[in-house]
Design a protein around this ligand. Structure first.
Ligand SMILES: Cc1cc2nc3c(=O)[nH]c(=O)nc-3n(C[C@H](O)[C@H](O)[C@H](O)COP(=O)(O)OP(=O)(O)OC[C@H]3O[C@@H](n4cnc5c(N)ncnc54)[C@H](O)[C@@H]3O)c2cc1C
Length: 410
């Protein structure tokens, strides 16, 4: 049995980031994962600007190493396709975090998560236990007894950080977080090679198709000419419309003339796989007596874009900071850890709540067609939309009827 101040369950982007930030503050931790790395995670594989900025805060050498590595392709923007197949290209922010680093990346999770795991392994302050599935948690006298089973307690810790993903047992048991279909998304991902017509600057593609709204179909470029292709639709809608996303994927490609041509020489490289996305479209209590929930365990995925990696890493960074304060003040109470909820939502809630509204608006296919048709013909509209995705204040305008009024007469 090992004693530690902080035990982290799950070494995905959330857990790995928390352990690395703790180490940078001189705090040792135990990081456990049931898998042995490299391990895969079903995902769209797109790493947003937030991922880049957290990595930069951690250590800009790590960001430069990722930039130079062949496990990723740099991405400079997003293409939004309206149901009528017309699209607008929206470049990401121009003030890049580092001169040589792109504003976003796309990297298969088997590679990106292993990249982080290698950083963890090189850090003497982190005890990284792979192949260790934690199943038993009990709080006794201000400490967590943590075990692979009730009979086998392996760690005793003051703080428990649950970063065990969308199916977190800990979040259900102690955080009382239930799966709510209207705040949850079903996603599937497929790897293809040979998709034609990919963007020269690796813009990611979001296709808002009538039958999937408010969900979408995506194509994200990957290294070596591969692409991550997938669909995400809210779980209540999947049930209501009795959708079978795995069946739908090839059907969409076959029925859409543009996609049919682009996939005419494409090869499916792996089986189509699915996983859940717990959305951050409602605020939840994400901490308690001696614990904090991170990333998917805390349901922090952006309800419009599906971005969860950056939010998981951001929550990992904040959890490390709050842990360090809890240790120095010797306070592990539920009241103290409320600071974590406060800080996570202070950083993320504006964006999450706006994305919730955009998810609601994106139910309307005609609205997409209208905005994209306008943008296609009018540079000012294009620039407004471009800024909108980079600037929360401008994105806020989407809520105001005057925005659409101006679009009409522009
Ligand atoms: C289809 C799909 C597409 C997506 N596309 C994108 C995208 O393009 N961009 C983006 O930013 N986000 C995307 N997401 C969301 C993203 O994958 C998640 O938000 C992200 O992985 C969350 O990171 P995490 O560290 O919280 O959890 P995870 O990455 O899920 O890591 C959890 C870890 O915990 C381990 N674990 C679980 N239980 C235990 C246990 N009991 N004991 C020990 N270890 C345990 C697991 O092995 C795993 O390594 C997508 C999700 C899906 C499903």
């Amino acid at each position: 049995m090992q004693k530690t101040d902080v035990c982290i369950v799950g070494a995905g982007p959330g857990g790995a980031t928390a352990s690395l930030f703790l180490a940078s503050k001189g705090i040792s931790s135990v990081l456990c994962d049931k898998a042995k790395f490299p391990r895969d995670k079903i995902c769209g594989d797109a790493l947003s600007g937030k991922t880049v900025s957290v990595l930069k805060k951690l250590d800009q050498r790590i960001l430069l190493e990722l930039t130079a590595s062949s496990i990723q392709v740099p991405s400079y923007g997003v293409k939004f396709f309206a149901p009528n197949n017309k699209f607008i290209r929206i470049p990401f922010l121009k003030n890049y975090p580092l001169e040589n680093a792109a504003p976003g990346f796309i990297s298969k999770r088997i590679h990106f998560d292993n990249f982080l795991a290698e950083k963890v392994k090189a850090e003497p302050a982190i005890h990284f236990a792979e192949n260790t599935e934690l199943k038993f948690f009990k709080r006794v006298n201000d400490e967590w007894l943590i075990g692979t089973s009730e009979r086998e307690i392996v760690f005793v810790s003051k703080i428990l950080i649950a970063a065990d993903g969308a199916h977190s047992q800990f979040a259900r048991q102690f955080g009382k977080i239930e799966m709510q279909p209207e705040h949850y998304c079903a996603g599937i991902r497929a790897y293809y090679s040979g998709v034609k017509g990919m963007d020269d600057e690796n813009f990611i593609e979001l296709h808002f198709m009538k039958d999937l709204l408010p969900g979408y179909f995506w194509i994200f470029p990957l290294p070596n000419g591969w692409a991550n292709v997938g669909i995400g639709v809210r779980s209540d809608i999947v049930s209501k419309r009795k959708m079978n996303l795995r069946k739908l994927l090839p059907e969409i490609i076959e029925k859409n003339p543009v996609l049919y041509e682009r996939f005419s020489n494409a090869k499916l490289e792996d089986e189509v796989r699915g996983y859940g996305l717990p959305l951050g479209s409602v605020k939840r209590k994400i901490s308690g007596d001696g614990f904090m929930l991170l990333g998917d365990a805390a349901s922090l995925i952006d309800p419009f874009t599906g971005e969860g990696i950056g939010n998981a890493m951001m929550s990992g960074m904040i959890a490390a900071d709050i842990s360090s304060k809890a240790i120095s003040e010797n306070n592990f109470s539920s009241d103290f850890f409320q600071k974590y909820d406060h800080e996570v939502y202070r950083k993320l809630w504006n964006e999450l709540s706006l994305s919730k509204r955009m998810q609601n608006l994106s139910r309307y296919g005609w609205l997409f067609n209208f905005v994209v048709n306008k943008a296609e013909k009018n540079k000012t509209v294009q620039e407004t939309i471009s800024c909108m995705f980079n600037d929360l204040n401008i994105r806020n305008r989407l809520r105001q009827p005057s925005f659409y009024f101006k679009l009409l007469f522009n």
